[in-house]
Write a protein that binds this ligand. Structure first.
Ligand code: OSB
Ligand code: MG
Length: 373
């Protein structure tokens, strides 16, 4: 099934509450969406996780759009029968731009699942029909407001909490949440904010406050620092930004820099590499979970399908639609079920229905490209 037309849409959605991390605050999401039209009339969706500014990583909405337009779409248009695997092979020469690559790859997964009349989850080999999920909680002052926010999420049913931390925002807020919720599985994520020299002090409060996982405390390349912290804590150190491919994963395992992995399809270039990493985690007995990047229901559907596959043993950073948006792009939205779970869509393809009116209301600009024949 050749792809005959592609749209690069840019959307804007306000977040229900600002999301602050060590690298900045997001109040709204600017989102690049790719829509691939096959010649049989079917349509595949891909959501890019790059943000407006290069804070989490180097990629942005604008860099991803340029790379997709200039390098990735031509590959797609050239193929008589593009599949996720063929696409990955055809773009293997491109350095970096993994979020851009993942966007197009995922749209091809959507098409592939539709063509086979199977849900994406089942195509990926999923076994679960619902997945346990946690919630990632941004920096929010004062501490009392953060504690209330966490309380409302726990009341809603999330099974674990991940607090964003940074130097100057760690012991006080984490201790306050721990005091209020003595038994909740508590993780923290620093998004690279600490200098490697702070391993000892971090180990102190992580132990004292019974923090189960500390994610990416040090800069992405600082594998040795993560290994040192892991040694002091007897594990508990998870990586996110540090790991972009299998080679990086192997090196990190070899130097004992990680004891758990946040797997984000966007960060690693798509579902093919994400699944490969997850399988390696399973073989290396490294617990893994599916991360998130404040996706809409469209990007979320890919994360949910991936999280339903066997290698993932930890609850994902995949919350219900209403944790992010007053109105999602999909209808029905993702809702939190009992036991802190989300249902895995079972319909063919992505398994979600796009709310066309809502989509149009959020749409800011479109670029259309056609296959030349
Ligand atoms: O580091 O995991 C992260 C959101 C944006 C950028 C980076 C991260 C996050 C999250 C949110 O933690 C997870 C979610 O989508 O709920
Ligand atoms: Mg993270």
């Amino acid at each position: 099934m050749p792809i005959v037309r592609a749209e690069l849409d840019e959307l804007e959605l306000p977040l229900v509450t600002p999301f602050a991390t060590s690298f900045g605050t997001q109040r709204r999401r600017r989102i690049l969406m790719v829509r691939l039209h096959a010649d049989d009339g079917s349509l595949g969706w891909g959501e890019c996780v790059a943000a407006s500014e290069p804070r989490y990583s180097a990629e942005t909405v604008d860099s991803a759009r340029a790379v997709i337009d200039r390098y990735l779409l031509p590959v797609i248009f050239r193929e008589a029968n593009p599949t996720p695997l063929r696409f990955q092979r055809a773009v293997a020469w491109i350095r970096g731009h993994l979020m851009a690559r993942a966007t197009v790859e995922m749209a091809l997964w959507d098409l592939e699942a539709q063509r086979r009349r199977r849900s994406l989850a089942s195509l990926l080999g999923a076994r679960r029909r619902r997945i346990p999920v946690g919630v990632s909680v941004g920096i929010e002052r004062p501490v009392a407001a953060l504690v209330r926010r966490v309380g409302s999420y726990l009341e809603a049913g999330y099974v674990r909490v991940k607090l964003k931390v940074k130097p100057g925002w760690d012991t006080r807020p984490v201790a306050a949440v721990r005091r209020e919720h003595p038994d909740v599985p508590l993780w923290v994520d620093a998004n690279q904010a600490y200098p490697p020299s702070s391993a000892r002090s971090i180990a102190g409060w992580v132990r004292a406050l019974d923090v189960a996982i500390i994610e990416q405390p040090f800069p992405a390349r600082a594998l040795t620092a993560h290994a040192e912290l892991g040694r002091q804590l007897g594990g508990r150190v998870a990586l996110d930004e540090s790991i972009e491919d299998l080679t990086g994963f192997s090196d990190a395992v070899a130097c004992r820099a990680l004891s758990a992995l946040n797997v984000k399809p966007g960060r690693v270039g798509g579902l093919v590499p994400a699944r490969a990493l997850a399988r390696r985690c399973l073989r290396s007995r490294i617990p893994a979970w599916v991360g998130g990047m404040l996706e809409t229901g469209i990007g979320r559907a890919f994360n949910v399908a991936l999280a339903a596959t066997v290698p993932f043993s930890l609850p994902g950073d995949i919350s219900a639609s209403n944790r992010y948006f007053a109105r999602d792009l999909v209808d029905p939205p993702f809702e939190l079920r009992s036991g802190g779970t989300l249902d895995v869509p079972q319909a063919p393809g992505l398994g979600v229905t796009i709310d066309e009116r809502r989509y149009r209301a959020c749409l800011r600009r479109t670029i259309v490209r056609r296959r030349s024949r």
